[in-house]
Ligand binder design. Structure first.
Ligand SMILES: *Cc1c(COP(=O)(O)O)cnc(C)c1O
Length: 819
């Protein structure tokens, strides 16, 4: 939100578009591109953008959330919603960009534009940390750097801002010019250039040329010559250039990079003098991002000593929200990103998405928002919290308490974090979702520690964004209109239950499927309202199934009859799913059962065949394609036989993950997406389209140096012939780390080194051979991650990723991340 007033008729003028306005004076402060994230509907303008899905499909949802102002390309909505303002454009994205450009043009704002393959967001956030004392800064929220993200970022510019820092990211040629026009940077920063193929360009040169377009009009260009190789310097942008590099002739010539105890000491030549600075990081990526910030400060005229002072105080940028299990059945969302309004809005969206508890508490410190007066700030916060149906606010800090009367729900206030901690034993936290969000100086880490269960030091981290991206990946492969059933059986393949289901519900999948009734009931109790299919409905659970509106798979006449006995006389059209055995020979009706089944179905009005389905046994394997085709044919034959009897059209489905990838003609009405959601697909030749969703980590408990000939573990199976060093880590077969990984079959990453197991895997522990590696107790050991991936682990012990995932025991804590 900003101070400039735009009426909807003013926006119509800016866009030079046709419109049907019923309230010309409606004031627009917010732009909405996702109907799930609405802050203040009455002052919002919804753009029906079309990317993966046609944005017009969400007008209904936006309308139901009280939005009355729309930018659309399809005329038919105008007559459908008589009480709304409609602006009609040819292309909604172009219109959004045009509006942002017009907004930008009203300000003579000093602006830094950042692009490059990696580090854009970190550099942007660090420059914000480094320059916040001197400027009132507006910046891209998180990594809003796309064709949509950039206009949304620029739309935030307000009259009191004195510096803008915006990032721009592109994935194809001809995209940067538009972003450059919207951002209009005077200062340009190129972070780096990675491999071309990873970003959708045919060559490095093409990519670089496109990226440099952001800087065409800049007065100052900050870059490393190492990343602009092949471009003649006279073609580089920027009236003035400032380069950093290890090579001779750079304006900031780095001469040494020396790690010291978690920090990094840098020395360089600048204006013929030797200067130095210390970065509070020592990993490769952070060092490069730190050098870019150093170069920027120097280029902007900061004295080297001042730059050093500021750089030493950089803090890590975490844009991830963490969702953890809390005390007393609470869920705790820990947000350590930054304490400003736009990130609060993002956190509240996530709070709403994870709606496992009706009670929602926000623990909030004073926010740091430059240039806004406190009354405006806290009024906006109070509106936001009310919009998002927060039931309790715990405010920490003396300022926020002054505005207590603005919050029209339960509130409690504490002078500081210490006062809260003192009072903690008397406070009630029970069956609720708690968002913990505080400015850094309030040290809210102490609060979330009190609220969360102790983390046993083996943790499965689940990246919810990656899962959403994988869902999107498969959506892009299916034809319009085909529904998606997400398979969340077996704790969502080990990843969690309601956390994943809530994410999927938020992303509007059509159906969920679980194996057993218990799993479905747990989802209902956590607020999942999507239809849920139960694949192995036990007779003893029929009552509970009906009570919780779960939909059983019916795979035999016996189970069908006992289900009919369980439902009441008065029931109408209870949804069931008929499973056909087309070749798996596990569960399902055979072809010769169909006549009898048809006879029962014809008479029975109490039930409705919601879907008919079957399962492919080898959809991912080319050698069995003939059999798969037979399965598909057989399924079609049997289902049409049933169809004829029913007189209505049930949903037909047969494809699992690799079926989606390899059998586009077998999508029918719905696809059942399982392992692909979690990041694996045996049918893809490379998994580049999919993202890693899970990382399993454990901790080193003890390190021992052993002499030649000593043995390790039970039955003396591990032998250190030449002596060496071992580390014991806190994961064993009871956690799901199979015994088959013992004796060097499996390995883990410790401090960047891949080290083998030694000796047998124990119930709760594993020993690793860390000879030659610098390790101490407390260090992290990675069991699997993106590089050391589950596919590899599965191969090591001759199994499949499914088993590795679902074996991870419930005692391993799950932590969910969301950006
Ligand atoms: C588990 C399961 C799926 C999902 O299979 P993936 O290979 O994980 O996509 C689909 N259908 C049925 C019946 C299943 O049991």
């Amino acid at each position: 939100m900003h101070n400039l007033i735009y009426t909807v008729s003013r926006i119509k003028e800016i866009l030079n578009a046709d419109a049907r306005l019923v309230d010309e004076q409606a004031v627009i402060n917010y732009i909405v591109t996702d109907s799930r994230s609405v802050l203040v509907p009455e002052n919002s303008l919804f753009f029906a953008l079309s990317s993966h899905r046609n944005g017009h499909e969400f007008i209904k949802d936006a309308y139901s959330k009280s939005i009355r102002n729309f930018v659309v390309t399809e005329k038919k909505y105008v007559s459908q919603y008589q009480d709304c303002n409609f602006i009609l454009v040819n292309d909604a994205l172009t219109a959004l960009q045009k509006l942002a450009t017009a907004h930008r043009n009203q300000f003579d704002l000093e602006t830094i534009g950042i692009t490059g393959s990696n580090g854009k967001t970190i550099v942007k956030e660090w420059l914000y940390q480094l320059l916040a004392t001197d400027y009132s800064i507006v910046r891209s929220p998180k990594s809003y750097n796309s064709q949509i993200g950039v206009p949304l970022s620029v739309w935030q510019i307000d009259t009191h801002d004195t510096l803008g820092i915006f990032e721009a990211g592109i994935s194809a040629v001809n995209e940067m010019e538009t972003l450059a026009e919207i951002i209009q940077p005077q200062i340009g920063i190129l972070t780096n250039i990675g491999e071309a193929h990873a970003e959708g360009f045919s060559s490095k040169k093409e990519k670089l040329t496109e990226k440099l377009k952001l800087f065409k009009e800049t007065a100052l260009f900050i870059y490393s010559p190492d990343y602009v190789e092949g471009i003649n310097s006279e073609y580089l942008p920027g009236k003035r250039k400032f380069s950093w590099s290890g090579i001779q002739g750079a304006d900031l010539r780095i001469i040494t990079v020396k790690p010291v105890k978690g920090n990094c000491r840098l020395q360089a030549i600048f204006e013929d003098k030797e200067i130095a600075c210390t970065l509070p990081f020592n990993d490769k990526a952070s060092i490069e991002d730190g050098i870019i910030c150093w170069a920027t400060l120097l280029a902007l005229g900061y004295a080297p000593a001042e730059a050093d002072l500021r750089l030493q105080k950089l803090t890590p940028v975490s844009m991830r929200l963490e969702l953890k299990n809390g005390i007393n059945q609470c869920s705790v969302i820990d947000d350590s990103y930054s304490a400003d309004i736009s990130s609060l809005a993002i956190a509240l969206d996530f709070l709403n998405q994870q709606n496992q508890h009706p009670k929602k508490t926000v623990i909030l410190s004073e926010l740091f928002e430059t240039g806004k007066n406190d009354l405006d700030l806290y009024t906006e916060i109070a509106d936001l919290l009310a919009q998002k149906k927060v039931t309790r606010l715990i405010g920490i800090g003396s300022h926020i308490a002054e505005y207590a009367s603005l919050f029209k729900f339960e509130t409690q206030f504490f002078e500081d974090t210490h006062a809260f901690i003192e009072a903690f034993p008397a406070l009630q936290f029970n069956h609720e979702t708690i968002l913990v969000k505080g400015a850094r100086r309030f040290e809210f880490g102490r609060i979330s520690k009190l609220l969360t269960q102790k983390i046993h030091d083996t943790v499965l981290e689940i990246d919810l964004n990656a899962m959403a991206a994988n869902l999107q990946f498969y959506r892009s492969k299916i034809q319009p209109g085909v529904k998606v059933m997400a398979m969340v059986k077996a704790f969502s393949y080990g990843s969690g239950s309601f956390e994943i289901a809530n994410l999927l519900q938020f992303h509007k999948v059509d159906y969920l499927a679980v194996a057993y009734a218990d799993e479905g009931i747990a989802l209902r109790k956590a607020g999942i309202s999507l239809p849920i299919m139960v694949m192995s409905p036990e007779e003893s659970a029929f009552e509970a199934i009906i009570e919780h509106q779960l939909e059983p798979e019916i795979y035999s006449l016996e189970i069908f009859n006992s289900f009919l006995n369980a439902i009441s006389e008065h029931q109408v059209e209870y949804p069931i799913h008929v499973k056909i055995d087309s070749g798996m020979h596990r569960l399902g009706f055979d072809e010769n059962d169909i006549e009898e089944l048809s006879d029962v179905l014809k008479e029975e009005k109490r039930i409705k065949v919601q879907s008919i389905f079957s399962h492919l046994v080898a959809s991912g394997e080319a050698e069995h394609d003939g059999f798969t085709q037979q399965q598909i044919d057989k399924f079609k034959r049997i289902s049409s036989q049933l169809d004829n009897v029913l007189g209505y059209k049930p949903i037909l489905h047969i494809s699992n993950t690799s079926g989606i990838s390899r059998w586009p003609d077998a999508q029918m009405d719905l696809v059942r997406l399982g392992i692909g959601l979690y990041g694996f697909d045996s049918a893809l030749t490379d998994n580049r389209g999919l993202q890693t969703t899970m990382v399993l980590k454990t901790t080193v408990t003890q390190v021992k140096v052993l002499a030649a000939g000593e043995t390790v573990g039970y039955s003396r199976r591990g032998v250190l012939t030449n002596g060496g060093k071992i580390a014991t880590v806190k994961i064993g077969y009871a956690d799901g780390y199979s015994r088959a990984f013992g004796n060097g079959v499996g390995n883990m990453i410790v401090n960047g080194h891949l080290v083998p197991t030694i000796g047998s895997i124990c119930m709760d522990m594993t020993m690793l051979d860390v000879t030659g590696v610098d390790v101490k107790p407390g260090d992290e050991a990675i069991v699997f991650n993106q590089e050391h991936n589950i596919m590899e682990l599965a191969k090591q012990i001759n199994t499949i990723p499914y088993e590795i995932l679902t074996n991870i025991s419930q005692r391993v804590k799950r932590v969910y991340f969301y950006e």
